[in-house]
Write a protein of this length. Structure first.
Length: 201
């Protein structure tokens, strides 16, 4: 017993240092294991590779030379990109066309409208008071216009008007009270005027 009590002091020191080293190694191993796990989870230090996707729009290049005999497809054209309209073609008249010819073409495209326009005055009259019917009829020179009144259907009124200088005028009188509707008709061409409404009474 006495020999154990008199053990040199350095032995105790060595045992304490050994214990500290053992604890340090154990703690270091735990820390390194945790750090490696975190690195593998986050992917730090790994090389990143970008995956290149194929382009969504691909126009093949056409090589110069004679196309194959079986190749009937002309490929992508300007018309395909412009909604089926060739932008190189225009509807403008050629530069060689004279201004007179251009005006003549416009006139041919839009023939003058030959419409009978009718108006009445006054729009409210007493019984058997005059109702003046006037109007224009371009292109109807010399035509005889028949006045008609609506009575469940259009019937001839005993009045007509002649076109002179593109215009006409006449008058009617009626004892039929209430709303009366009138129009004029060119029997030769079948053209009719607009309807005018007059109140009688």
């Amino acid at each position: 017993m006495a020999e154990d009590d008199d053990a040199p002091w350095y032995r105790s020191l060595l045992m304490g240092v050994g214990a500290l080293l053992g604890v340090a190694v154990l703690v270091g191993g735990v820390i390194s294991a945790v750090a490696l796990g975190a690195v593998s989870v986050t992917g730090i230090g790994e090389e990143t590779t970008t995956v290149q996707e194929d382009p969504s729009l691909y126009i093949p290049e056409r090589t110069a030379g004679t196309p194959d005999e079986d190749d009937d497809d002309p490929g992508l054209t300007l018309e395909d990109l412009n909604g089926g309209v060739d932008p190189t073609k225009t509807d403008e008249p050629e530069a060689t066309t004279s201004p007179d010819k251009a005006q003549e073409k416009k006139r041919k495209r839009k023939p003058p409208r030959s419409v009978i326009s009718l108006s009445a005055s006054p729009l409210q009259v007493s019984s058997m008071e005059r109702i003046y019917l006037t109007g224009t009829y371009p292109g109807g020179e010399g035509a005889s216009l028949q006045v008609q009144r609506f009575e469940g259907g259009w019937t001839d009124f005993p009045t007509s008007a002649s076109v002179s200088g593109g215009s006409f005028s006449t008058y009617v009188m009626t004892g039929q009270s209430g709303v009366n509707r009138f129009r004029v008709v060119d029997a030769a061409s079948g053209k009719q005027s607009n309807t005018v409404t007059v109140r009688v009474g």
